[in-house]
Design a protein around this ligand. Structure first.
Ligand SMILES: C[S@@+](CC[C@H](N)C(=O)[O-])C[C@H]1O[C@@H](n2cnc3c(N)ncnc32)[C@H](O)[C@@H]1O
Length: 617
């Protein structure tokens, strides 16, 4: 039997009328004009947003889903949350990964901890639709949708929550990036005030990346984002009896380099006057005049949305739970948990948040040599995985300080990457790589490379499974995942290219370079930490090489596609996980630096030699 779904509404009856009125008067009489993004989300806007999340260009949802898929079990184990509150929950589609992990039996038969889920949103239709489905999907779970504005109504939450266990507040989808710095700080201060010691925050944000990736995500070819953007005009027309000619406004998405955010705007295609009858207001738009409707701020590792500092008036002196990742209250930290805190802020056992000195070392501009460790892997969705921060995972720059290492020092994986950069750059001088860059490489040479790389990748899958066999529990799933995506995604990429180049993947036999490299990797993988170090030159090196080649814009379309595939910054995520696993292994004493460095160096040599692949010895 379906349980009735009750929505707790904290929006005043006249909320739409009053808050929308206030925003419209303020925004349309300002110069330049602007409207806040929360008004996109009526029923139609919520549906359009869901469509956006499925667009090929919109990487953030897929990336966050990948991270949650990989980390939800860990999040469940670490938080033991009794309540999950989700701010701006929307369809709660990705949230199911958390709900399943928190309601299923845990590792070692640990009982499920989650009792209730409180999605918080301004869209009643989204709450009703997702809530109704979740009630059926999770029969034992109390689902209590809350219709509220998270920018100023977080204070209602504590009263809704029985003090029967830790609360995990999730704020996903990069929605925090829609808040400009000042309101963002206010929001975080309110969130802190509404949070108890021992609660947790799971924050999903997107990172600064190449505008060539960012802009299309907000300006898709199918025009769905444009429709979503214009939807705010429809909302105003309907709710405030306005007469916007929706078709007379064009969608604009622009990367603001200084602010490091995407701006969505609506550009008036002609001079026009708009009347908002309910406000008794007329506004004029000049031809080409732009009105800002959303910002989507992107962050840098170690510089994520900042939690109010300890001496901020909003800090009541209680324990601090920094955003930017899964952040425990010290009250529930395990001994030594300060070491395993994500970077950006480290939480000391005293509970005081202190800026981590390592943040200064967090690759602020991600130059090529210091870019996050790249991966040659595609995400399981077949789409590249992005590099969001937070979401319960620590990315490379958020790794905890290493044992015995000053907090200002780079991690082992970063030291290796720094060390290997010249060798990757040296590959650019190889005739095969130059041919790819110029676009005039003999297709016969590339065909041989493709066949050999295919055979290489078959063993690459074996390397992952060999490492998975030895992996600590928390990394087992990631290694299985890496094996899976190599098998399903990267090998299919090769199969697709094989057809274009007439390569014979089935009949090919390994040449000496391929044999030497795979034998080395398979042997290295007999020792867990050494094996991870041996994988890095391939995972990170191809990402870096791809980016270097992309700068030269190869003219031959087949090579350009190949380069684009490896240059895609979103390839980096799975490689980041590999780097993180290596750092964890080092931290746990599973590998020493000398042995990791030797394996890394040898793999780098094989990488260069692989450009000489032959079939006949
Ligand atoms: C970018 S979508 C993200 C949805 C979902 N969390 C995800 O990750 O796909 C933003 C969501 O936040 C909601 N939202 C926006 N502003 C809000 C506000 N001020 N208060 C509550 N919800 C808000 C919208 O209705 C929408 O569902």
């Amino acid at each position: 039997m379906t349980r009735p779904l009750q929505v707790d509404s904290f929006l005043p009856a006249d909320y739409l009328a009053e808050a929308l009125r206030a925003d419209v008067v303020r925004g349309l009489t300002a110069s330049p004009k602007e409207l806040p993004p929360k008004w996109f989300y009526d029923e139609r806007g919520s549906v359009l947003f869901e469509e956006i999340t499925r667009l090929p260009e919109y990487y953030p949802t897929r990336a966050e889903r990948e991270i949650l898929r990989a980390r939800a079990t860990e999040v469940a184990a670490r938080t033991g949350a009794a309540t999950l509150v989700e701010l701006g929950s929307g369809s709660a589609e990705k949230t199911r990964l958390l709900l399943t992990a928190l309601t299923g039996p845990g590792r070692g038969g640990r009982p499920a901890t989650l009792r209730r889920y409180l999605p918080v949103d301004v869209s009643e239709s989204a709450l009703l639709e997702s809530g109704t489905a979740l009630v059926q999907e999770y029969p034992g779970l109390v689902v209590r949708p809350v219709l509220a504005d998270f920018t100023h109504q977080l204070g209602v939450l504590p009263d809704l929550l029985p003090p029967d266990g830790p609360r995990l507040t999730a704020f996903l989808g990069g929605t925090i990036g829609n808040l400009e710095p000042a309101p963002r700080a206010e929001f975080l201060a309110e969130l802190r005030a509404a949070t108890d010691p021992g609660d947790w925050l799971l924050l999903g944000t997107d990172l600064v990346k190449d505008p060539a990736v960012l802009v299309p995500a907000y300006d898709d070819a199918a025009g769905v984002t444009a429709e979503f953007n214009r939807n705010v005009l429809r909302v105003i027309n309907r709710e405030l009896r306005a007469d916007f000619d929706v078709d007379a406004f064009e969608h604009v998405a622009r990367w603001d380099t200084a602010q490091e955010w995407i701006e969505m705007r609506l550009r008036s295609t002609r001079a026009q006057q708009v009347t908002i009858a309910d406000l008794d207001l007329s506004v004029t738009f000049g031809a080409g005049e732009e009105m800002r409707t959303e910002v989507s701020a992107k962050f840098r590792t170690g510089s994520g949305p900042s939690w109010p500092p300890p001496d901020s008036p909003s800090n009541n002196g209680g324990p601090t739970r920094p955003p930017g990742s899964l952040s425990p209250s010290p009250a529930r930290s395990e001994p030594g948990a300060a070491r395993s805190e994500p970077e950006g802020r480290a939480v000391r056992p005293t509970g005081r948040a202190v800026p981590a000195r390592r943040a200064a070392r967090s690759r602020p501009r991600a130059p090529l040599g210091q870019m996050p460790v790249g991966a040659r892997r595609r995400s399981r969705s077949g789409s590249p995985a992005a590099r969001p921060v937070g979401c319960g995972t620590r990315n490379s720059a958020e790794r905890a300080p290493l044992v015995g290492e000053d907090a200002g020092m780079p991690t082992l994986s970063q030291r290796l990457v720094d060390r290997g950069e010249p060798a990757v750059r040296a590959q650019l001088a190889h005739p095969t790589v130059q041919g790819i860059a110029r676009g005039d490489l003999d297709p016969g040479v590339f065909r041989v490379w493709l066949e050999q790389d295919y055979l290489f990748l078959l063993d690459y899958v074996r390397v992952f499974t060999r490492l998975a066999w030895q992996a600590p529990d928390q990394h087992l799933g990631e290694l299985v995942d890496l094996a899976y995506v190599t098998w399903h995604d990267e090998l299919s990429l090769h199969r697709g290219m094989a057809a274009e180049f007439g390569a014979d993947l089935v009949g090919a036999v390994k040449g000496p370079e391929c044999t030497a490299y795979t034998e080395f990797l398979l042997t290295a993988a007999e020792e867990y930490g050494r094996g991870l170090a041996a994988l890095l030159p391939c995972m990170w090196g191809y990402s870096m090489l791809g980016r270097l080649l992309a700068e030269r814009e190869p003219s031959e379309p087949r090579y350009a596609r190949w380069v684009a595939a490896y240059a895609d910054p979103d390839f980096a995520l799975l490689g980041l996980r590999c780097a993180e696993m290596l750092d964890d292994a080092y931290r746990s004493g599973l590998v020493d630096e000398a042995s990791a460095t030797a394996a890394f160096d040898e793999a780098l040599k094989h990488e260069m030699a692989f450009w000489d692949v032959r079939v006949d010895g």
